[in-house]
Design a protein around this ligand. Structure first.
Ligand code: HEM
Length: 274
């Protein structure tokens, strides 16, 4: 009789298995609710998965930043396209979080103490990568020298946008010297010359195709981050109303103020002039 491969093969005797490779024994035991509230597992899982996706975004955006430094725009596009898809997942996660009602959240809130997404190191790294250099945010990590060191290093580096401006300069666009070399810890300030450079790119996409595509990828990145922020705000609003946040801010009014921040200012203002 012909031997048939089993539909249920035994795991390999050596080398990694699904469980060992993914370290599932560790990852799946990292959810430790502090209350008896049924919804706390969802609350933990959604934060943990968001942090994992943000980790991937940072990995991709750092590679994109390096690709821009090396004038390899096509490589950066691949990474930025992936980040856009991951951002969709992060945005979508608010739909799941919104199944937590105010009563559900109240049942666990006291146990959360002063912990808050406000203290997310990776989220702050993402903001720094995107050029929102706010050194004041380091204060949230006073208790952790490791977090402070990682954030200080990221604060002192060029952002993706800084590297895009350097690329524009290498391509012959007139970018002011103080946008090409400066104290990177300081927030970026919009410049009419930079806006004029992007205007030239948008006026003639055929000639500057990869810069045109780069500009649109930046607009996409900012757009999706803002949609994520807005989704956070509206979901939180329906759960906690106008209570203060566990991290100590005013809560929804704080999150509303943050939405006013702009990452790539000239890419928005240039649109008015096209
Ligand atoms: C019921 C669930 C949630 C509530 C009630 C909530 C509430 C808040 C509030 C009120 C703030 C302002 C800071 C504070 O005073 O605490 C905040 C900030 C933040 N939250 Fe949430 N949040 C929730 C879920 C999430 C999830 C799932 C994530 C995903 C990682 C997240 C990430 C963040 C981040 C990154 C900040 C800082 C935003 C900034 O400073 O711009 N939050 N959250």
């Amino acid at each position: 009789m012909e031997s048939r491969q089993s539909d249920h093969p035994a795991p390999p005797l050596s080398g990694p298995t699904y469980t060992s490779y993914l370290r599932l024994d560790e990852i799946l035991t990292c959810q430790t609710p502090l209350s008896d509230a049924h919804d706390e597992l969802l609350f933990i899982v959604i934060h943990q998965t968001s942090e994992l996706w943000i980790k991937l975004c940072l990995h991709e955006l750092e590679a994109a930043r390096c690709a821009l430094i090396d004038d390899r725009t096509h490589v950066a596009f691949k990474m930025m396209a992936r980040v856009a898809r991951v951002q969709q997942l992060l945005i979508q996660s608010w739909e799941t979080l919104a199944t937590i009602t105010p009563a559900d959240y109240t049942a666990m809130r006291d146990r959360l103490g002063g912990s808050s997404g406000f203290q997310s190191v990776q989220y702050r790294l993402l903001e720094y990568m995107m050029g929102n250099k706010n050194a004041a945010m380091l204060a949230a990590h006073q208790g952790s020298p490791e977090a402070q060191a990682v954030l200080t290093e990221a604060l002192s580096r060029t952002s993706l946008y800084d590297e895009a401006l350097r690329l524009l300069a290498r391509r012959g666009f007139a970018i002011p010297a103080d946008r090409l070399e400066r104290d990177w810890r300081q927030p970026y300030v919009a410049s009419p010359e930079v806006e004029a450079a992007w205007r030239r790119v948008y006026a003639d996409p055929e000639t500057h195709w990869d810069l045109y595509e780069l500009a649109e990828k930046f607009v996409d990145l900012e757009y999706r981050l803002q949609i994520w922020r807005f989704g956070h705000l509206k979901t939180i609003e329906r759960i906690i109303g106008f209570k203060r946040g566990t991290g100590g801010t005013a809560g929804v009014p704080y999150l509303a103020k943050v939405i006013d921040q702009v990452f790539f200012p000239e890419l928005l203002t240039v649109r008015t002039k096209l």
